[in-house]
Write a protein that binds this ligand. Structure first.
Ligand code: TXA
Ligand code: MG
Length: 342
């Protein structure tokens, strides 16, 4: 680990600049959470709508009361069980914290990441007492970055706001943190806002009570927009049993297709990624695979739908949103032969 690079990045954050940092989930685009002008730079660089709240990353053993009022025992239990790690908790915000970081909501999202470089940066920044607001380091709606190179691809080498990208290898989890809402415990109990590596069962067993799925009154989460995490190329999900038939039709229609599949594929294709059979391995590889296939010059990315069981929830959640804007594309392509009059 490069201590000088971490110290320099901490000084940049203290000066109100942005720093892209590795975490165990995905790379984040960080700013001083207590500096509204610095936070505004995140929204500007990402092209993210202002109403979307950001997660504040804090050091291990940080004082939660600096950030939140009403720290319920549930928050202590989850922090003890899963921090540092891929869990974000939504709590009632301490009004002393500028609301820019919370998108104007009276809550705050807090997470203590486990990546050693993220922890070292949090300890070097403001004497370990600050918070780094960091959404995923990608342009709004795009695929999240799991390497420093992905971050550079998102923002370009000479982006005026994104100059410092800390190198931290490939993100270990590969999917964004699990988000649980603890801000409405009395009325709703704990509510899952975004699935991730930690499942509702993991949270429920640490809490000794069930965790429910989001309701209409749940706070907004940009990762819960119908369309998100999407490559530029249209993406269609195909059930496992239909994959070969669909690929035959697309090949006959002379479509340039890229495929992401768990089963073995023998078709001639623009590009092909064979994915791990286990949900953790698949989640680890997912975003890098989507980026690769996006660069293959294909007209369509066909994804073999993974299993529907609970351990695949986070993967299926991201794939469903990535496919959202491409609904109907596959049907049209299967019907229409390119360049041939109907
Ligand atoms: O794994 C992660 O969580 C990564 C890494 C960098 O830590 N960060 C991440 O940030 O995914 P982002 O901004 O892409 O997604 C954060 C989600 C957003 O969907 C946001 O709306 C939600 O967390 N969020 C943050 N604060 C919230 C709040 N006060 N209430 C409800 N949702 C909140
Ligand atoms: Mg994101």
């Amino acid at each position: 680990m490069d201590a000088a690079a971490i110290a320099a990045a901490a000084r940049l954050l203290e000066a109100g600049e942005l720093v892209a940092l590795p975490t165990e989930t995905v790379y984040g685009l960080g700013a001083d959470a207590e500096n509204p002008e610095a936070v505004a730079k995140i929204y500007a660089a990402k092209g993210r709508p202002a109403g979307h709240p950001l997660i504040v990353h804090i050091a291990p053993d940080a004082d939660l009361r600096r950030w939140a009022i009403e720290i319920p025992p549930e928050a202590e239990q989850l922090a003890k069980a899963f921090w540092p790690g891929p869990l974000t908790m939504i709590l009632k915000r301490n009004p002393a914290i500028p609301d820019a970081v919370a998108g104007g909501q009276d809550t705050i999202g807090l997470r203590c990441p486990s990546h050693p470089i993220a922890i070292a940066l949090l300890r070097a920044f403001k004497g370990g007492e600050g918070g780094i607001a960091a959404p995923s380091a990608n342009r709004f709606g795009h695929v999240s970055p799991t390497t420093a190179q992905h971050v550079r691809e998102e923002f370009g080498a000479d982006h005026p706001l994104v100059q410092c990208v800390l190198e931290g290898g490939q993100s270990e989890v590969g999917l964004e943190s699990t988000i649980v809402d603890l801000s409405r415990l009395k009325s709703r109990g704990p509510v899952l806002l975004r699935p991730g590596r930690l499942s509702t069962d993991d949270l429920a067993s640490a809490l000794g009570r069930p965790v429910s799925l989001p309701d209409a009154a749940a706070p907004r989460v940009s990762g819960s927009l119908e369309s998100h995490y999407a490559p530029m190329t249209p993406l269609a999900m195909v059930p496992r049993a239909q994959l070969n038939e669909v690929l035959n039709q697309l090949t006959q229609a002379r479509r340039r297709v890229a495929v992401m599949a768990i089963q073995q594929i023998s078709h001639p294709l623009a590009a092909h990624r064979q994915m791990p059979m286990d949900a953790l391995g698949y989640g680890h590889d997912l975003y890098a695979a989507l980026r690769d296939l996006d660069h293959a010059g294909a007209e369509l990315i066909v994804v073999e739908a993974p299993p529907a069981s609970a351990e695949w929830d986070a993967v299926n959640d991201r794939l469903r949103r990535a496919a959202h804007d491409s609904r109907g594309v596959l049907t049209r392509m299967r019907r229409a032969r390119r360049g041939v009059a109907q």
